[in-house]
Design a protein around this ligand. Structure first.
Ligand SMILES: Nc1ncnc2c1ncn2[C@@H]1O[C@H](COP(=O)(O)OP(=O)(O)OP(=O)(O)O)[C@@H](O)[C@H]1O
Length: 270
């Protein structure tokens, strides 16, 4: 599935211009992180990708077809959006009902829904909570309930808006498993996040936004080497990356192991 974005602009009725001409395209299954300061336009941009918001100007093409051709409900089959705040998404009495809702609307057969519930509830860690009311889940579980309900529809593309908010180490590990599962099954995961440690651990493709525009996009090596653009977009690389950069190491480090390796190599070169 290819998503093309051409000169996308968005102006909220009550506000200023949130997107000021975005041109890019997404394809394949390499997970993509969208980063940038608060108010950069990340959520506004991502909500255009399945029609939750419509452009004020410009075009979104999905496999060559204009997003205007269909309703948001139609596009949600292909591009699922997990909201930042679970309370905006959960509305049924049990986790099981939340999981069943999407595929039922899509006409997925009962036996297939049951198989998906087995698999997805295991993946998101809610197998033992299927009969629980979503509002009785803790914050981490609620987040995974919203992710699970979107995974149940098996979209080609899944957008996660700030998935690490309120997550502990275990939750972050589970997110990594979900992102890896999506990649290995030819599904594209696009994630909005402020958590740079999470970014370097899970994403090689990065889009940097500032003031309603894309300032830069590319591999994590390329993006985190461009300290000038990062400064402009108020993005701070992870601490270990900054230490390596401050020491002037030639290769960029994203983990302690990489840092030790690069640092040792430099010592031996002297
Ligand atoms: N419903 C709305 N009505 C009016 N203005 C809005 C609305 N939602 C967002 N904005 C404004 O649009 C701009 C972009 O906001 P957006 O939430 O897309 O940024 P963001 O990069 O996702 O920020 P954050 O990281 O804080 O979530 C901001 O100036 C914001 O105040």
């Amino acid at each position: 599935m290819k998503i093309e974005i051409k000169n996308l602009k968005h102006k909220y009725p009550s506000g200023g211009e949130a997107l000021r001409g975005i041109n890019t395209a997404f394809e394949g299954s390499d997970p993509i992180a969208i980063i940038g300061q608060n108010g950069a336009g990340k959520t506004t941009f991502a909500k255009h990708l399945n029609g939750l918001l419509r452009p004020t100007e410009g075009q979104i093409l999905i496999d060559g077809e204009s997003i205007h051709e269909h309703t948001t409900a139609y596009w949600s089959k292909y591009i699922g959006y997990v909201f930042q705040n679970p309370d905006n998404q959960l509305f049924l009495e049990t986790v099981r009902k939340e999981f069943e809702f999407g595929p039922k609307q899509l006409g997925v057969p009962r036996h297939e829904i049951n198989d998906r519930i087995d698999f997805v509830s295991e993946l998101v860690g809610l197998k033992h909570r299927l009969s629980t009311h979503p509002f009785d889940l803790n914050a981490t579980e609620k987040k995974f309930c919203t992710i699970g309900s979107i995974l149940m529809m098996d979209p080609k593309v899944i957008i996660l808006d700030e998935p690490t908010c309120g997550q502990d180490v275990e939750g972050n590990q589970r997110l990594t498993e979900i992102i890896t599962y999506l990649k290995n099954n030819d599904r594209l995961c696009i994630t909005i996040t402020h958590d740079m440690k999470f970014v370097v651990r899970n994403f090689d493709q990065i889009v940097v936004m500032a003031k309603g525009q894309i300032l830069m996009s590319g591999s994590k090596n390329l993006v985190f080497s461009d300290t000038k653009t990062l400064l402009e977009s108020y993005v701070t690389p992870p601490p270990i990356t900054r230490v390596g950069q401050a020491l002037g190491l030639k290769d960029i480090s994203f983990s302690k192991e990489e840092f030790i390796d690069h640092f040792t190599r430099r010592l031996h070169q002297r």
